[in-house]
Design a protein around this ligand. Sequence first.
Ligand SMILES: [Zn+2]
Length: 497
Amino acid sequence: MVTVEANVGPGLPGMHIVGLGDAAVKESRDRIRTALANTAMPWPRTKIMVSLSPAHLPKAGSHFDLPIALTVVGSLDPRAQARLKRTMFMGELALDGTLRRVEGILPMLLRSRAPGGDDGPDTVVVPRANAAEAALLGRGDILVAGTLPEVWRWVVGEGHLDPAPAASRGGAPAGAAPDFADIAGQLLERDAMEIAAAGGHHVMMVGPPGSGKSMLAERLPGILPEMSVGEQIETTALHSAAGISRGHIVAHRPFIAPHPSLTRVELIGGGSGVPQPGAVSQAHNGVLFLDEASEIAAGVLDSLRIPLETGRVVHRRSRREVIYPAHFQLILAANPCPCGSAGERCSCQPGQRARHLANISGPLRDRMDIFIPTTAQSAVVSPRGSESSAEIAQRVAAARDRAQHRWARAGVSAAVNARVSSTVLRRDFPPDEETVITLQGLLKDGELTQRGVDKVLKLAWTVADLAGEDQPRIDHLDRALALRASHMVGAGAGAVA
Ligand SMILES: [Zn+2]
């Protein structure tokens, strides 16, 4: 929260803004002076000192225009003091005094009502262009305004401002995500995606070009449960902070598919100045699809490990830290070898094939739950091939429900199986003897790591949840092992289905 103060005193006319503002804050002075002149509002013809505090924190953005303009004009009018002291203002000024929309408004609005913040403002005034985002919060203390004079009349008690309109949620267009009904055949792949959706498991796909990797990936959000209002607010706030929301509410699970040339900062966020949310945070509550994974730099890919483990990214700066949530379902996709043809027609040198996918480190691979070898051949027409996303989503929702009730009985509020802690899993839900013996054997032979064992167990729970069973049996475990083991065949996996 930044406090704006102005001192209007004797001296040469001019305005100085102190408090570590960036270029946009410094240019504020010219926008304000022009906007005031064009709207015939008073301007003190003397020395004006504006201070933004706390002074030691850097400030960025054009949204300080409105509070600075009001503070300066308000210093001439005692009627303004009461409302200026108890209100939070945000808005960029156009030269004619119109209020322009502000990027990142949702995180700021959430902060104005932070838990425990008793000294927060009574009221918040935002540009009318931000009304849709403000409406999402359903709060009565947020007012919208179109122009600076409108706000000024309200501040001095001569005018009225409208509250942010009620949210128009659920009005999102149908069919926002493409439908599984469009994919014929590929039964194994479809099943694997259903399991991934039901348990929140990460997926790695390896297969030749044209084997449907992107088609499968972009259909995952459509079989996940609808986002709750809380999730919509979280994800919209992150899109807002990243400057990609364009004032829209993120009503459906996001599907973020960056180009393989992306940098570490583009992937996990950060950058100079105010840290930005990266792709992992833009995909929060949704799906992050990294296609052509063999083309992504190893260091970039490896930066995924912390968000995958903790569900958030912490950006440290000299005096503060910024934390962005990053709970996403990851889909990595790659060709089986550099030429992409796989199998007998492959024209790659043995060395090229060996180096292929070497950029995906062992630890990152180990964090992937399901490995899907996609093949062009498996795309055959079948009765189940035309099942729609809505039908699959029903089974996914039922399985998630079953899981949530189970974890709740153990006092764990896990949204999905993949996020249940391994300790809880082993302590409160021990597997049967047959399962234990099988897994211990695989661990001893080096076929699975300890993390791999936990991941297979969680997968087996998801398979059992989808089958409507109360406990994973050995055939559920076998299915889980098969889903995870496909990557053992390595390069050329596409031909081995
Ligand atoms: Zn090849």
